[in-house]
Structure formats: structure tokens, C-alpha cells
Design a binder for this molecule. Sequence first.
Ligand SMILES: Nc1ncnc2c1ncn2[C@@H]1O[C@H](COP(=O)(O)OP(=O)(O)O)[C@@H](O)[C@H]1O
Ligand SMILES: [Mg+2]
Length: 257
Amino acid sequence: MSEIVLSVEKVVKQFTGLRAVGGADGLSFSVRRGDFLGLIGPNGAGKSTTFNLISGVLKPTEGKVSLNGTDLSGLRAQEIAGMGLGRTFQTPRAFPSLGVLDNIMVGAQNPNEGPITALLGSWRGGDAKLRERAESSLERVGLIDRRHDLVANLSGGELRMLEVARQLIRAPRILLLDEPTAGVDPSLQVRLTGLLRDLHEAGTTLIVVEHNLTFLFDLADRIVVLQNGGLLAEGEPEAVRRDPVVVSAYLGSENEA
Ligand SMILES: Nc1ncnc2c1ncn2[C@@H]1O[C@H](COP(=O)(O)OP(=O)(O)O)[C@@H](O)[C@H]1O
Ligand SMILES: [Mg+2]
């Protein structure tokens, strides 16, 4: 069995008056190298907050997250990204005044670059290698024909795929995707499925939050189910799909899709 790359240990995130992540004893789960983990749960269960805690956008109130055995408590989001962790946001982030290709190139060296430094950044020099990587990332998400378009002209689904491409160019070893299929049309969804299979085959560790359970259960090796910030269940997709606790708490009404 391959080693654990990510461990979430008794993590609690308290916002004023709300325990968004933690449940009764703190949230704990781990992910092995090369695993494809699906993270599911009703709206407000704490999935996006969990991503924020892993990627360093938020710090746990209690407990700790470790990546490759390193405690992430003292590290900033940018440092964690530098350790090979990529993530997309549930609401895509892009520089609207830049073209599609430029948007990909901006984030390549510095994932947290702001729009001003981005405009002055080294990528402006027309680095051919960087451009090649950017074009290949756009190809992989199905946006290569849109490379000269302004981001403002992309649909919601295309923006989401742009967000994935912005991460791909950095070749993350572990990639977290927050609802990648939301608003994405069927043909791009098929491409996304192929892309995720390729990344998985190439050994990338994947954690994907999804409402489209048909999509996710086909791809994932293992599913973690959150409810009210706590771990409701975890296991292989088939077992989770049939778990009476999961069915009555969550899947019952949503599993028809
Ligand atoms: N920055 C924040 N400040 C206060 N409450 C938040 C914040 N982020 C999320 N929450 C709350 O935490 C809970 C979990 O949210 P979230 O992680 O976004 O759930 P999910 O992604 O599973 O739908 C929700 O009740 C949400 O309103
Ligand atoms: Mg969310």
C-alpha cells in the first residue's frame, strides 16, 4: 500500500457561533498517494471549508493537517501550493481583463499573483516554454480554441475548466477540485472525465467535491461523506452508496440523478 500523503487529524474550524468543520470529535481522514477521493455531503456540510483548511486559505481552530508528513499549521497558502498542492475554488477566480491564455500563464509561477504584478510579470516576456505548457493545459480542458478570447466571454462552465487549467500548468502532485462539473456542459464534462482518469493513471492524488454523484462514483476509489462538519461515512463507492446511514441522511433524495 502506498504511503499517506495527506492527513487531516481531529480538525475543527469554528466560525463565530458555528462549528463548520469538526462534528463531535474533530474531522479526521487520510489520503494515500495516488488515491482518488470523492468528498460529498449536503450543502453546508463543510466540504469547501475542508478544502480551505487543507490548502491553507483557512487555519484550523483545533487539530492539524499534514502534507507528506509536514505539519501545515505554520505555512501560508502559497507555501503549501509550492509543496505541490493545487486546488480550484467553488466560485472560479480569473482576471477578467486578461485573455484566456494569459490567465493560465499568470498563475504558472506564482499561484497567488495579483492582477497588478501579473501584468508586469515575467510571463509577459513571451516565454515559449511557458506558453507551450499553457496551451497544453488549455488543450486538456477543451479550451484551446478559446485561447485568444477574453475571460469575460467565457460561460460559467468554461470558467470552471479554466480554473482547472490554471492548476494543471503547475503540475500539482495533489489536486483538489471543488464541484468541477457545476454548470459544465456535457461535452466538456466528458473531457473532464477523461482528464481526471489520465491524472489518476499518472499518479496524481485527487480529492474531488461533487454534487454529480454519478460522475464522481464512477471515478473515485474511495468516498468520504461529511454531514454537519463531521465524518458520516467513508469507504469504497459501492459500499457508501448502499450504506443505510448515508442513504437515509443524504443519498435518499439525491441519488436518483
Ligand atoms: N468564511 C466563513 N465565515 C462564516 N461561516 C462560513 C464561512 N465559510 C463557510 N461558512 C459556513 O460554514 C458551513 C460550511 O460551509 P461550506 O464548507 O462552504 O459547505 P459546503 O462546501 O459543504 O457546502 C456553512 O454553514 C457556511 O455558511
Ligand atoms: Mg462548497
